[in-house]
Design a protein around this ligand. Structure first.
Ligand SMILES: [Zn+2]
Length: 129
């Protein structure tokens, strides 16, 4: 099983996108690959898949360290809006669960994605408490 929750193994799922073998075909696929990139603490991919205008390049190391310090439990996609093949933007609402300091924590976010030159990018997210 992939980190993102799909049946396929990582190398045939998010791993293909993270390693650059293929591009994400939808906002949801990009979202899943970014979750998996957190799970494997791949800061380079997290930067690459983040739109340049909002990319937190200077925080890359801190993000990697944090991603490595927690235990990633799972991802659930709650809803998606647009972000399909024919679209140039879309949103994905998700919950990502992780253990930090012995406590179960979650990120519940509605993320915005855009597609430019056939590549999907994460732009920003709105958090729910
Ligand atoms: Zn996956």
């Amino acid at each position: 099983m992939c980190f993102c929750g799909k049946e396929s193994e990582y190398n045939k799922c998010c791993g293909e996108i993270i390693s650059g073998l293929r591009v994400a075909n939808s906002a949801e696929e990009l979202m899943r690959s970014r979750y998996s990139a957190f799970a494997v603490a791949d800061g380079d991919y997290l930067m690459k898949s983040h739109h340049p205008k909002t990319r937190p390049e200077k925080d890359k190391k801190a993000i990697e360290q944090w991603a490595r310090s927690v235990k990633w439990i799972g991802l659930s996609i709650i809803s998606t809006n647009n972000g399909k093949k024919g679209d140039n933007s879309g949103t994905v609402e998700f919950k990502a669960l992780y253990m930090e300091g012995g406590k179960l924590e979650q990120i519940h976010e509605k993320s915005e994605f855009v597609k430019e030159h056939n590549l999907w990018y994460y732009v920003s997210g709105e958090h729910y408490i």
